[in-house]
Design a protein around this ligand. Structure first.
Ligand code: FAE
Length: 539
């Protein structure tokens, strides 16, 4: 028997595909009449963004029969470009790669100090953004599906003891008994076949790193994923088009990945109650005397032209625009006096999840091979270290050639937090974070990898980050916080100072999860929306 969720997902996928075929920016299970359906003047519920928190919220609202509009500033990523692919590859990026940039800004800035990864592109509503703030820049996904379009698909449930440490007021029994399993089921998390892993070519790079870690006494652990490992097997066997094995990751995957448009968002559309409006950026939020919220929404095209500015009102407003997006919207609303009752916690408690990237030079005889899966499947787990806890994902260098490099994205426990301030001149939120605040993360990663190098007689790579530094912590993939649960909001994401205003994304998490964060964001959103539906909406 087909489950209601599978049926909904099927209906939603059909809606997404026909919207793509017709070039629509309004996607719903109902037949569309024109390419750009105007925004309604009122929608009972509005969700800003289409990332993890937003997608969960829209699905559960739609299931409860509530007409919901999702507003997403990026485009829909389901229609193929001239080359027949939806996304471009990392090796030959084009305009689809980045959000209104003239040149790509890849995390590995150089190889042998040469800028080989980056290319000039024309400004376009591409899928990956890198937002710069002084000493820190933040990578983000832009488009229907948010970060799920560009991320490495690692679906990791945090350690329970650390979850209890970061969010002590959240009932961990409930999270681990109900909401983490629900999130993993909704996301389609799967596990690599350990026997295949040991013999395949595409994870030789991970086995080489595991051997080096083991020599230094460190243990590794498999990392679950929302990339379909069965598809990956077929890629290696040469029976399907390559995606993870075709140097596709940060600019999107043409195959294999269960991004949100294939899971939660498809199911949300399939309820028949959810409409996604793409290329719509929310600029302002204000409240009317009757308690409804009015949004100022900018409609753009893929070249960034502003086509219209419209108003949309709603009774229940959910912010799922991500740590940067949601925080900026509320900070702007408070500082411009539109939502003056917002408290002083707006913009506080932001962290990088302790991200540090680094490379080690492998011995000439320790080759990884030229075929590296873009989707990591193994991590070095040294979180039990009392002084320098580190969870280091073994990352690929999907360059298509032997690089003699082992790459890692280390997640460290860094207690430093940044905050956002509102800059009136640019009408935007500016992150206050200094490079000194990132030093703790470098120290922790160095403590671990110095031991790995010592045990193996290897050294760090100094040619990967545009200069000679071995550790790169001037960017993060994991922005967290800004609207922290229990501080800017109550314990279920209800914004303090306003009824019917909610936060549902990574900005709720106080700067750190100890592992890759999207499963935590998804599970927390599942928990919060269940409570909000029961107490605030279905009353
Ligand atoms: P997010 O997914 O960022 O979605 C926010 C959405 O809101 C975006 O689509 C924005 O375009 C949209 N938006 C923002 N402002 C507005 C506005 N004003 N109006 C309308 N729309 C707006 O939010 N995490 C993992 O757990 N595992 C991984 O393997 C992993 N790898 C990563 C690799 C890369 C390259 C990157 C960039 C991130 C990675 N992450 C990974 C992080 C993960 O994708 C991120 O934590 C989540 O996507 C955050 O989810 P949110 O729901 O907070």
């Amino acid at each position: 028997m087909v489950s209601p969720l599978s049926r909904r997902r099927f209906l939603g996928l059909a809606a997404l595909n026909s919207a793509a075929a017709l070039g629509l920016t309004t996607i719903s299970a109902h037949a569309a009449t024109s390419a750009r359906t105007p925004l309604p003047e009122f929608s009972p519920a509005v969700v800003i963004g289409t990332g993890y928190g937003a997608a969960v919220t829209a699905l559960r609202l739609g299931e409860a029969g509530i007409a919901t509009t999702m507003l997403e500033m990026g485009r829909l990523w389901t229609d193929p470009g001239k080359d027949g692919n939806v996304f471009c590859t990392m090796l030959s990026p084009d305009e689809r790669s980045m959000w209104f940039k003239k040149r790509t800004e890849a995390p590995l800035a150089s190889f042998l100090w040469l800028d080989l990864a980056n290319h000039d592109i024309s400004p376009y509503a591409g899928v990956l953004d890198r937002v710069h703030f002084g000493d820190m820049s933040v990578y983000l996904g832009r488009g229907v599906g948010g970060g799920s379009l560009v991320n490495g698909a690692m679906a990791v449930t945090p350690r329970r003891d650390y979850f209890e440490e970061i969010l002590p007021a959240v009932d961990a029994d409930e999270m681990y008994g109900k909401y983490f399993p629900r999130a993993n089921a909704g996301l389609g998390t799967n596990h690599v076949d350990p026997r295949w892993f040991e013999t395949c070519r595409s994870y030789n790079y991970a086995r080489v790193s595991r051997k080096a870690a083991a020599k230094a006494g460190f243990k590794t652990t498999f990392v679950p994923s929302v990339y379909d490992f069965e598809y990956l097997k077929q890629e290696e066997a040469g029976t399907v088009p390559r995606s993870a094995l075709g140097s596709e990751v940060i600019y999107g995957n043409n195959h294999g990945k269960r991004s949100l448009d294939k899971s939660y968002l498809a199911a949300a559309l399939g309820t028949g109650n959810v409409t996604i409006q793409a290329l719509r950026e929310v600029r302002e939020i204000s409240q009317q005397p009757d308690g409804t919220f009015t949004l100022v929404v900018r409609e753009i095209d893929v070249l960034g032209n502003v086509l219209a500015t419209r108003h949309l009102s709603t009774r229940h407003l959910f912010l799922g625009a991500g740590s940067l997006g949601s925080t900026e919207l509320l900070l702007r609303a408070r500082e411009t006096g539109r939502l003056p009752a917002l408290n002083g916690e707006i913009g506080q408690g932001w962290g990088t999840n302790g991200n540090v990237m680094l490379g080690r030079a492998n011995h000439l005889w320790d080759t990884t091979g030229s075929l590296e899966s873009g989707m990591p499947a193994l991590g070095i787990d040294n979180w039990d270290d009392p002084i320098n806890p580190v969870f280091a994902e073994i990352a690929p260098v999907p360059a298509g050639i032997e690089t003699w490099a082992s790459l890692y994205l280390a997640i460290t426990k860094n207690p430093e937090r940044g905050h956002f301030s509102y800059d009136g001149a640019s009408d935007s939120a500016k992150l206050q974070w200094t490079s000194a605040q990132g030093q703790r993360s470098i120290d922790a990663a160095k403590a671990l990898f110095d031991k790995v190098n010592r045990a193996n007689g290897t050294i760090y790579r100094h040619d990967l980050f545009g200069d000679t530094r071995a550790f790169e912590n001037r960017f993060t993939y994991h922005p967290l916080g800004g609207l922290v649960l229990g501080k800017a909001t109550d314990l279920y994401g209800r914004v303090k100072g306003y009824r019917n205003l909610y936060v549902t994304d990574g900005s709720l998490i106080p700067g750190s999860t100890g592992v890759n964060p999207f499963v935590t964001i998804t599970a927390l959103a599942e928990r919060n929306v269940e409570r909000v539906l029961a107490e605030d909406i279905r009353r």
